[in-house]
Design a protein. Structure first.
Length: 398
């Protein structure tokens, strides 16, 4: 895998550690490549030896761009509806091997400007389906859909509709967009998906949640997308109804699979209607980038993301990076905007040696986000100095 342009530095000397910068995006602040740049600059400040930048992703927002930057290819523009039906400019990535990567968040994401008030029940994955269709029409025979970061809880009904499926209510009318309408679904016809025969679809998931239940798409994630308690219950009922219909139409039962609840149940739709495997996005990206072969004993690997917590240990990018580092005998530390409950699960067998919050003191969220690049650079330098001092058996930082 080629190194990120301009991000590799070298300084001779036995005391200088080799540093691998492998961060995920810092949500709301920095894409993964920019975060890697901050760590590389911090490594230079600390007098590190060789520095290698390998930005990573986990199937969430930015996955397509991380793969394009590392592997080559091109971003292809396409029009797609946002979660609330507004046509927007978007894009998918076509890789050199002819496969395509679609970020669900590019069309159906939380980053899209939300209507006021937020209409969580109406948010649809129709635009993600538009991007998949555009990728296939561009010649891709393998399309990987990265499902993190969506604003939707519609079970992937919109995605399938954009690809040719028909979902109708009891009166025979096309079902309204969004998860709020799913409880009224009466029939689903998948015959319009036959044009996709010969195309391999894969779902890259950044969570292990099933479709339904207390760990499912509605209960865990829809509140983050603006749903109130009563709306969460309505979405759960709708997704249950949708699961019955779609599994009946396809003959596949996958609602309980890890990752079926990704993107508000879009993982379930892809696996059920189109036979797409649900692949842990972080492990897939780390493998495709060849991160493991770049690591060796004695290296310091710096990963991170905006918030490190119990969810991180369940399939997010820092967990995959830490596992790769442990397998190579390297030391892995995480740099993060905040530490939440459960982050300790990454330590020990998880492969993480330590985690370091970025903020030097109390500040507003807006100020913290604005300062992320500088804080990341400063914290990376401090961690590298500490690592160097410990390796050399001295309390004096390098």
């Amino acid at each position: 895998m080629p190194e990120a342009p301009g991000l590799s530095r070298g300084r001779p000397g036995a005391a200088a550690p080799r540093v691998v910068a492998a961060p995920n995006a810092f949500k709301g602040a920095l894409p993964a490549a920019r975060a890697a740049e901050a760590i590389v600059l911090g490594a230079g400040d600390a007098g590190a030896g060789e520095v290698l930048a390998v930005p990573v992703a986990d199937g969430g927002d930015g996955t397509a761009e991380v793969l394009r930057a590392a592997l080559g290819g091109s971003a292809r523009p396409a029009a797609a509806e946002d979660p609330w039906g507004r046509v927007r400019h978007s894009a998918f990535v076509l890789l050199p091997d002819g496969s395509a990567v679609v970020d669900a968040a590019a069309a159906s994401g939380l980053g899209r400007q939300r209507p006021d008030p937020v209409r969580a029940l109406a948010a649809s994955t129709l635009g993600t389906g538009h991007l998949v269709r555009a990728a296939v029409q561009a010649g891709a025979r393998t399309v990987r859909v990265a499902l993190g970061g969506s604003a939707t809880s519609d079970g992937g009904a919109g995605l399938l509709t954009a690809l040719g499926a028909e979902v109708r209510d009891a009166a025979g009318h096309p079902l309204a967009p969004g998860g709020g309408a799913l409880a009224g679904a009466a029939s689903v016809d998948l015959s319009g998906l036959r044009w996709l025969e010969g195309v391999r679809l894969e779902a890259l998931v950044d969570v292990r949640s099933p479709l339904l239940g207390p760990e499912g798409a509605a209960a865990v994630f829809s509140p983050q997308k603006g749903a109130g308690p009563e709306e969460v219950q309505l979405l759960e009922r709708g997704l249950s109804r949708w699961a019955d219909l779609l599994e009946g139409a396809s003959g596949r039962s996958v609602r309980g699979l890890a990752g079926a609840g990704a993107a508000g149940g879009a993982g379930f739709a892809l696996a059920t209607a189109l036979g797409a495997p649900l692949r842990p996005g972080a492990a897939f990206v780390v493998e495709l980038l060849g991160l493991r072969r770049h690591l060796g004993p004695g290296d310091l690997v710096l990963t991170g993301e905006g918030a490190l917590d119990g969810q991180t240990a369940r399939g997010k990018a820092p967990a995959a990076v830490a596992a790769a580092a442990a397998a190579a005998g390297a030391t892995c530390c995480a740099l993060t905007g905040s530490l939440g409950p459960g982050w300790e699960a990454l330590c020990g067998k998880g492969g993480l040696a330590a985690a370091f919050p970025l903020s030097p003191g109390p500040r507003t969220r807006a100020r913290a986000l604005a300062a992320t690049f500088d804080d990341l650079r400063r914290t990376a330098a401090m961690v590298i100095r500490l690592f160097t001092a410990g390796r050399n058996g001295t309390a004096e930082p390098a």
